[in-house]
Structure formats: C-alpha cells, structure tokens
Design a protein around this ligand. Structure first.
Ligand code: DGJ
Length: 714
C-alpha cells in the first residue's frame, strides 16, 4: 500500500511505495526542503533516524541553501547549481525567498498525493509542490503549481521545471538515455558522468526525434538488464523540454527537468495559476529490465487511456501502398484484402483531402477531395464496416501548406516574425495553436469530421518542428508563451474530442516517433515509433522504445521489401516476427502480395491475436539486445504467469553458429510449460537454467515460441 506520512519531530515526509522509499525534510528556518533518501524500501523509523542525523554541509563560497541537496530550488541566495524555478517580479526583483506554509495529503482509491505550499515572503507568489504515489508501484509523480495571488502585477516566469531528483552519493554514475533522429528514433546511449552538466532537450516545439524525455542512472555502471540499482525518470510533456543532469564538484548527482526555459517567458497574471507537467521518477534494484517493467505497469494502470487489460487491434495503413494517390477504388480494394487477413482497423493515410496530390498542397483544407472520393468517405467507411473493420483516418491538424485555401484566408495564423522569412519544411508551416481562434477552428473542423463520419481511429501526425515561433499581434504581451500554450491547447483539443467522441482511438505520430512521451500517452491509445519500417533497424528502435514505454502502444507495421528507407529485403516471416513484438499493423501494398504471402500473413495474424494480450500487456524481458550481436531475443510473460511468448531473431549468421540457447526469465517455480505448437513440455528449471535451444539458420531467420503453463499436477 502506498503510504505518505509526516514525522513532526524530525519534520520529514516519508513516501512508502511497493519496494522503495523516499524521504525529505524541512530545513530549520522552513525555507527549503532537503532531500534525505530515495532507494530500496526502508522502515519509516529508519528514515526518521536519517532525517535526525543529517549533518549540515559546510562549504566555502556557498550558503546553507546552496549546500543542501534541495528537493526544488528557487534561484536566489548562494545557489549556483541548476535551479528549478526562476521568476521576475514586476518591480524587477529576480530572486525568490519563500517560506513553507502548509502541507496535506489527498487520498484517492489507488493513490496518495502530498502537497506542500510555499509563499514568497514579500511578493504574491505561491508555489505548491506535489508528490503522487500509487498502490503497487514505485513511481513518484512530481509537479508544481505557481499562483499569482495579485497585487503586484504579473510575475514573469523564466524557468519553471517540474522536479529536482537527488541521487545517493556514489563513486560515479552512468547515464542511459534515448536519442536519435528521423528514421532512427529511441536509440539507447550511455555515458559516464563526470563533473559538470549534461543537457538533454528539445527546442523543436515537440518532444522531438533527437532525444526522448526519459533517463536512467545507475551507480558505477554496474547495472545489467536484470540486476543492479537504477533510478529513472520521464517527463509527461510533449513540447520543448529539458533535463539537466548535473554532477557537483563534491560528486553529488541530481537532475532537474520540465518545460525548456530556452526562449521561454511566461507572464503569470494576477489571480492566475500555472500547473507544470509531471516529471515522474522511479527506482528499481532489478536493473534496466526491472525499471522497464515498472514503467510499463505504471503506464498500463495509470497513464494510458485504456484499461490495463485492453488490447490494440490489428491495423492496416495505406501510406506505404498508395501514398498521396488514395481514392475510393484503391482503398476499397486494399480494405477487401486487409479484411481477408484478419485486420481489425483500416486506416486511410495522407492524401484524402483538399488538393493533396503531393506534400506541396492541401494541408489545412480538411474537406474530402471530390476527385478521389466523388461520393465522399462514407461509402468507403460503410464498406470497411461491412467487412468487419473499424475505419481510421490520417490528419495533421497543426499544419498548413502555403498552397491551401486556409493559408490564403489566414496567413497570420502561422508562427512568424515581422520582417523574417517563414521557413518551410516539407513545404508546410506550423499553425499558431496558442491563438484562441486557431484552437477553435481546429476543434470545430475535427469535431465536424468525426460527427459526419463513422471514424473510429485517428492518426494525428505532425511533420515538422517549429521555426520563427513568433506572434506579432501579441508583441509586448508575452508571445513567448506559445511554447507552452501550443501544447496545452493541443492537449485540450484532444481531450475535448475524446470526450465528444469516446469511441475514437488516437495515434500520435510526428514524422515517426517525434512525439512520444507520457504526456501524449495519457491521451492517445498508441504511437508510431518511426517511419523506418525496416525490420532490422526496427529491432534497435523497438528495443530503445521498450526501455521507457509498454509494447501495447508501440505500433509496428509489416511493410514491403526492398524497404523504402534501407533498401533491404528480408523474409516476410522475419518482418512479421519483428512487428508482432508490439501492436501489429500491416503497411504493405496488399494488391501486390502473392497468394502464398497472403496465406502466411493470415496465419501470423491469427497467432498474434491469440497471444497479443501477453505481448502487449505482459512482463517484458530483453534476453538479447540487438546491439550486442547477431541474435536478439525478447520474452513476454503474462501478468498471471500462465503464458510466455518468445521472439528470437537472427540477423546474420557467422561461423556456422546455427543454434542459440536462451535462459528464460520470470518463470514460476516448479511449473511446467508446454510449447503450444510442438506440444513439448519443459520444466521451469530446464528453461531457466539449461535454457531453450533455438535453431537459427542463415540470415534473417526468426522464431516465435509460445509456451503455456501446464496445470499443476496433483
Ligand atoms: C509521416 C508519417 O510518419 C507517415 O507514416 C505518413 O503518415 C506520412 N507522414 C504522411 O504524410
């Protein structure tokens, strides 16, 4: 049971979670919060004793605030490490001096939320810090709220991060993070920390392909995938963000994160509040695998909009097959074929609207193209539904092509500066979603689309980063707020659409995996991790993705060969096995698939449907990393332990090694498991200690093994 207590004698708060504890206390003069403990579970009495025995750190050239390890540091006094909060008051005062006022705990069925209120001694700023923990989990959601209580004009916020995480002092930490670019997202990178700062960030207006807002730190680089202490954190924010990992000259490591302060300024008007996004932290002593499984469990239960046991349907998407040349005839033909395979959602991608024959035109004109769909979309939707599938549609509502009716009518609706060019990328510009009229227009357009058609799936795309993020009409009235308001209004639109059209599922796509984070994941059912659908490259992208996010939301398509990104050709079976490791989709041109390929695909989809609840929602073990050699393997265990799915991929055979033996993990003691295909039965000891031999012959061979736990013999 999650539990939060306050010890009055030592003035410390103790957060007790499933297998970890967290503790911090109030300084003597009530002007700061000092971090005390974050690690494996300890009794509350031990935490209190630690709080009592805290020895004040004496450091030349630093005040007491600058020396203690603060939970959340407002800039001011002798603080020189990365602060969490920096504001400017209307009279020019630029530092905060606050004092603790009050605290409380709010209970809900599954969580407890601690709040602590601070007030500036002289100015009308109240800062409330929040900590939320959940029964059965080890995550701590932390965020803050800033409130201008009025009387002294607006408070200008220069930097407002969500949390400061302090790590126990160890010899040296290793940082693991996810980086990439278009077509190469979520690549696992690691580096040993030395004195100084590492900044991971997005200045792109969205989460970005370059870095994903997720980190993991382990002491002395000794954690493996299944052992060792790891502290991890992830941001629930889909706009510009930053995480700063800092090692002080005394060897202490802390990291702060939240909305990026680059080019940022936010006027907090009198009587208004700003709620900051959550920066979620998590501890595990079971290595990176333990961390991932904890992230996945938290996401399934408390982040994703669907219940933990829900499964994503098998999807078909027409993009790689028909690109912009969609029309009623070719989509109907693809739909017939897709239905024959067992597909459950049929999605028409880009090209169905306006004058959209290529990427130069049409974005912003969200009316059905009359040449491509003379009868509108409804006859196609009716056919898709009659074939037993849901209908899905691609949109990119935050964008406009200069060659569009929308732009011709509203050239001021895009981000721009006076006297500056409007940089086009993919021939498009970004709509200023911070504007009320643009927000209202986007909502009304999509609401209309969803009201007039039986659309049950929306792929929400975003194919460029921000440039010239100006808003000339608001000059002198805080136009820099667009960095925040674009995302807040995006969230508002999706939330409102979900409310009005609860049967519609959403996918977040941003030219692949440019917008994958806990913020967007709390309002969409799935994400598109990468435009790169090459099966071999995907193994690396999917591995990195799995460090932070659950397989259920990871959409993976089987597409045609040679692959459009890598020009590589790999067997259909291998492509299926890679795509089946997440939420399965088909993206190939089915009109060109042979009878034999269709037959094979039908078989894979049928097996996938039988096993997908284990794959999408089970416990994931990364047995062999695709970074480590020519064989990769991932194992999924049903949460009740009753089934196991194992994928093994051999990419390039060398030295005649035609067999790999894999020791399985997460097995039940004294249980027996039966191979669902061959009927062979294995003991847990055999699978875990001897290991399961799997033969891999030649290049791009792969296997899926489905084991079912046998009923215990009496
Ligand atoms: C980028 C997406 O990632 C692709 O899947 C596809 O939807 C195109 N946009 C369409 O323009």
């Amino acid at each position: 049971m999650a539990d939060i207590t306050y010890d009055t004698s030592s003035r410390c708060w103790i957060l007790q979670m499933e297998a970890s504890s967290y503790c911090f206390g109030l300084s003597e003069d009530a002007s700061s919060l000092k971090h005390i403990y974050w690690g494996p579970y300890i009794a509350s009495a031990v935490a209190v004793e630690m709080a009592r025995t805290q020895v004040p750190l004496k450091r030349p050239f630093a005040s007491s605030e600058g020396a203690i390890r603060e939970e959340y540091a407002p800039w001011g006094r002798m603080r020189f490490s990365e602060p969490s909060l920096k504001v400017e008051y209307a009279d020019g005062t630029r530092v905060i001096e606050w004092v603790f006022e009050e605290h409380g705990v709010e209970q809900s069925k599954e969580s407890q939320t601690l709040w602590l209120r601070f007030r500036d001694r002289a100015y009308p700023l109240i800062v409330t810090l929040y900590y939320r923990i959940y029964d059965g989990h080890d995550v701590i959601e932390r965020w803050g709220q800033l409130e201008n209580t009025g009387g002294s004009g607006p408070v200008t916020i220069r930097q407002a991060l969500s949390a400061d995480w302090q790590l126990p002092v160890r010899k040296r930490y290793r940082l693991t993070y996810l980086h990439g670019r278009w077509g190469k997202e979520t690549q696992v990178a690691e580096t040993l920390l030395g004195p100084g700062k590492i900044v991971l960030e997005s200045r792109q207006g969205m989460t970005s392909h370059q870095f994903n807002p997720w980190v993991a730190l382990d002491p002395d680089a000794c954690a493996t995938d299944e052992s060792g202490e790891v502290w991890s954190a992830a941001l629930a924010w889909s706009g510009t963000w930053k995480i700063v990992i800092e090692t002080t000259s005394y060897g202490e490591v802390h990291f702060v994160g939240g909305v990026n302060d680059f080019d940022f300024r936010y006027w907090l008007g009198e009587g208004t509040r700003l709620v900051l996004p959550a920066f979620v932290g998590l501890y595990s002593k079971e290595g990176f695998g333990g961390v991932s499984r904890r992230w996945h469990a938290y996401e399934l239960e408390h982040v994703f909009p669907e219940p933990p046991e829900a499964v994503r349907p098998v999807l078909y998407n027409s993009w790689e097959a028909t690109a912009f040349s969609v029309n009623e005839r070719n989509q109907m033909e693809l739909a017939e074929k897709a239905a024959g395979l067992g597909v459950e959602v049929f999605v028409v991608d880009d090209g169905w609207f306006g004058a959209r024959d290529n990427d130069y035109t049409g974005l912003g004109d969200w009316t059905v193209n009359p040449e491509k769909f003379p009868r509108g979309l409804n006859p196609l939707i009716a056919r898709v539904n009659a074939l037993g599938m849901r209908f899905g549609l691609w949109i990119e509502p935050e964008m406009v092509n200069p060659d569009s009716d929308l732009y011709r009518a509203h050239p001021d609706w895009v981000y721009h500066f006076h006297q500056r060019s409007r940089t086009q990328e993919r021939n498009q510009l970004v709509l200023n979603l911070a504007r009320e009229d643009v927000q209202a227009w986007v909502f009304a357009t999509l609401d209309g689309l969803l009201s007039e058609h039986n659309i049950e799936f929306i792929k929400w795309d975003m194919n460029r980063y921000f440039s010239e993020p100006g808003w000339p009409d608001e000059a002198g009235r805080n136009p820099e707020r667009v960095w925040l308001d674009h995302v807040r209004n995006l969230y508002r639109i999706i939330d409102e659409l979900r409310c009005r059209h609860p049967h519609v599922a959403f996918e977040s796509c941003a030219g692949g995996g440019g917008r994958v984070d806990l913020g967007i994941l709390s309002r969409v059912e799935q994400v598109w991790p990468s435009d790169n659908t090459d099966a071999l490259d995907r193994l690396r992208i999917q591995e990195g993705f799995s460090y932070a996010y659950a397989p259920r939301v990871m959409m993976c398509w089987v597409t045609d060969c040679p692959n459009f990104v890598t020009k590589r050709t790999v067997p259909l079976r291998y492509r299926f096995h890679v795509a089946m490791a997440g939420a399965l989709g088909i993206g190939g041109d089915l009109s060109r698939w042979t009878q034999q390929e269709m037959e094979e695909a039908r078989g894979f989809i049928a097996i996938y449907k039988r096993t997908r609840s284990v794959i999408q929602n089970g416990l994931l073990y990364r047995l062999r990393s695709p970074r480590a050699g020519s064989v990769a393997a991932t194992q999924y265990v049903a949460r009740d332990g009753s089934e196991i799915v194992l994928f093994v991929w051999g990419h390039s055979q060398q030295f005649g090694e035609t067999q790999v033996t894999l020791s399985l993990l997460g097995l039940e003691e004294e249980a027996r498991y039966t191979d669902a295909v061959s009927g062979t039965t294995y003991s847990d000891v055999f699978l875990a200690h001897h290991g399961l031999p799997v033969s891999l012959v030649g290049d791009f061979d792969s296997h899926m093994i489905h084991l079912v736990r046998a009923a215990p013999s009496r």
